[in-house]
Design a protein around this ligand. Structure first.
Ligand code: DGY
Length: 321
């Protein structure tokens, strides 16, 4: 029996790749950058399975270019790069990798919050630039945590894990998430209350039509002047021009972004010219164990799909009728 053919759009960690190589005839894209669209369409022509990353647009055109395709396995929890409705219409199961990146992403959100509040990156640059001459009672003063309010938008797995960390810092935690009516860990509030009362705001929503640019000039204008905005969800949840204006005019205190619009952020982005904007390159899930497990779950989804079995983690279970 010939092995099923699959295309893997990047060199993913060996924990998952070893399984894929064992079970499949795998074409693995070796470049550091994602396959260009034309190449992607050509490579999927005769595959039974696809392992994609959030950098690939997996849409109806791609699905139609791959008439043998049985499974799309996205190595991410977010699937906004995949047209799930188009996959469902074609009875194609789409797999994702939830759970294993919850703690790593919550850690990153907290690290960003601490870094922005205590101006870690500015301080590091100050030292490297040779500006550190003495202990200065007014130097790089930041924000306190104890007694401050953290507003979490999106109270799913990662939002809850951020709330858990916040308890250790004696933060008051409020959240906005209409799908989570109440919890003992935090207080549900409406969005306006969250913007009005939060000293820290951390975003943990998926990217949808409703959440695109939910942080915009209007919502930024409702925030406290000392507010610190942290985004480790998806870049387009924040309107970058409105954020730039709010940071530049000190309308809010700071922002810390793990994700941006566009992504990657060009080196000449005005946001990078601001000291009160900290940007890291989408590292939320970037710990060794987490990425190993993401590749493992992606491989499990892929192999289940190729065998015609139900995916362990499927975002469109409707395909099973
Ligand atoms: C995901 O899995 O959606 C993350 O953004 C990758 O870190």
């Amino acid at each position: 029996m010939p092995k099923p053919k699959v295309f893997v759009t990047r060199l993913i960690p060996e924990k998952g790749l070893a399984l894929i190589r064992d079970f499949c005839d795998a074409d693995i894209w070796q470049d550091e950058l994602p396959p260009p669209r034309k190449e992607l369409l050509a490579r999927v022509r005769d595959v039974d399975g696809l392992v994609s990353l959030l950098t690939e647009k997996v849409d109806g055109e791609l699905m139609d270019a791959a008439p043998r395709l049985k499974i799309i396995s996205n190595m991410a929890v977010g699937v906004d790069n995949v047209d799930v409705a188009a996959a469902t219409a074609r009875k194609l199961p789409v797999g994702n990798t939830p759970g294993v990146l919850t703690d790593a992403t919550a850690d990153m959100a907290f690290a960003l919050m601490l870094s922005a509040a205590r101006r870690i990156v500015e301080g590091e640059k100050y030292v490297r630039d040779g500006k550190w001459k003495t202990w200065n009672p007014q130097l790089l003063l930041g924000a306190d945590f104890v007694g401050a309010t953290l507003g979490i938008i999106g109270f799913g797995r990662i939002g809850k894990a951020v709330a858990k960390r916040a308890k250790g810092f004696d933060l008051r935690v409020i959240y906005y998430d209409p799908s989570v009516p109440s919890t003992s860990d935090a207080t549900p509030v409406d969005l306006d209350t969250l913007f009005r009362e939060s000293d820290f705001i951390s975003l943990h929503v998926p990217l949808t039509d409703e959440t695109r640019h939910m942080i915009n000039a209007n919502t930024l204008s409702k925030m406290k002047p000392n507010a610190i905005l942290v985004n480790s969800s998806r870049g387009p949840v924040v309107d970058p021009h409105a954020l730039h204006d709010a940071l530049k005019s000190n309308r809010i205190f700071a922002a810390a972004l793990d994700v941006t619009e566009p992504e990657p952020l060009p080196a000449d982005s005005p946001l990078l010219g601001l000291d009160n904007c900290l940007v890291v390159p989408h590292l939320g899930s970037a710990s060794k164990y987490t990425r190993d497990m993401m590749s493992y779950l992606a491989a499990q989804n892929l192999i289940a799909g190729l065998k015609g079995e139900r995916l362990p983690n499927c975002v469109n279970p409707e395909v099973y009728g």
